[in-house]
Design a protein around this ligand. Structure first.
Ligand SMILES: Nc1ncnc2c1ncn2[C@@H]1O[C@H](COP(=O)(O)OP(=O)(O)OP(=O)(O)O)[C@@H](O)[C@H]1O
Ligand SMILES: [Mg+2]
Length: 250
């Protein structure tokens, strides 16, 4: 199978900080890969490189087996990649529906008569939110009024509505309570049901083991392990994260 997205020798230096050290990685269509590692291991940096937000200092990113030249957030969007960031990137003062569309609003008419098609927006949003296993706020609620779990649901709904092929989730359940985390897990399940591949970053190892097909461990910017989630224990993962266990590839 051709990987949906892959990297070879990915490097990122922020001045003296060597944040990514030659990372080789791949994710296949429909696969859920968890990316784990200690604070500062390079996880968010890796996600930002895949989403085109930062330019890696060396290495290649390929989509469907073809190298992506001049990767940017716009090319990522064209390739069907969407990111839900650690700090979410929702606009507080906009409504749920406006956040889901953000810059992609359907329009009616043309030229000076062009206007946002609010009726179509409302119908599509209701459909995208309605199919979720989570209680979601009404489309016209302001994001500022939502709980952390509801915000995650909105961010993930955006990925569903746009039929993304690959969704990058950077710590979607950090700072959420147990119940809210469970709701986000249910939303991730909905996304998988749509056939999307997911790269999930989390410090919650039990959750990672429950959801992932494969687990990739980053340590100090380098890939320390890449193994199927079946058959590994929580203890193994923690040992790989901290470096108590030696390099191990599936
Ligand atoms: N914009 C930046 N400028 C300079 N250094 C940076 C920048 N962003 C990240 N770093 C450094 O790169 C390294 C990797 O950071 P990154 O945010 O990718 O880690 P992480 O694995 O996501 O950690 P966490 O689990 O805490 O979110 C760290 O040493 C960090 O200080
Ligand atoms: Mg991070």
């Amino acid at each position: 199978m051709t990987a949906l997205l892959s990297t070879t020798g990915l490097e990122m230096r922020y001045g003296a900080v060597h944040a990514l050290r030659g990372v080789d990685f791949e994710i296949n269509p429909g696969e859920l890969v968890a990316l784990v590692g200690d604070n500062g291991a390079g996880k968010s940096t890796f996600v930002k490189a895949l989403s085109g937000v930062i330019q890696p200092t060396a290495g290649t990113i390929s989509c469907d087996g073809r190298p992506v030249a001049a990767h940017s957030p716009a090319t990522a969007r064209d390739l069907g990649i969407e990111t839900v960031y650690q700090d979410l990137g929702l606009c507080e003062n906009l409504t749920v529906a406006e956040n889901i569309y953000l810059g992609r609003e359907p329009t009616l008419g043309w030229g000076p008569w062009r206007r946002v098609d609010r009726r179509r927006m409302a119908a599509e949003v209701a459909q995208a939110l309605g199919g979720l296993s989570v209680n979601v706020p009404p489309p016209d609620a302001k994001v500022a009024q939502l709980s952390g779990g509801q915000r995650q649901a909105v961010a993930i709904s955006r990925c569903r509505l746009w039929r993304r092929r690959l969704v990058l989730l950077d710590e979607p359940t950090a700072a959420l309570g147990v119940q809210e985390s469970e709701r986000v897990v249910a939303t991730i399940g909905d996304l998988r049901g749509d056939g999307a591949a997911i790269l999930l970053i989390s410090h919650d190892i039990p959750m990672v083991m429950r959801l992932a097909d494969r687990i990739v461990v980053l340590r100090k910017g380098a890939k320390a392990a890449d193994l199927p989630a079946d058959g590994v224990t929580e203890h193994d993962i923690v040992a790989l994260i901290t470096g108590a266990k030696e390099r191990h590839h599936a």
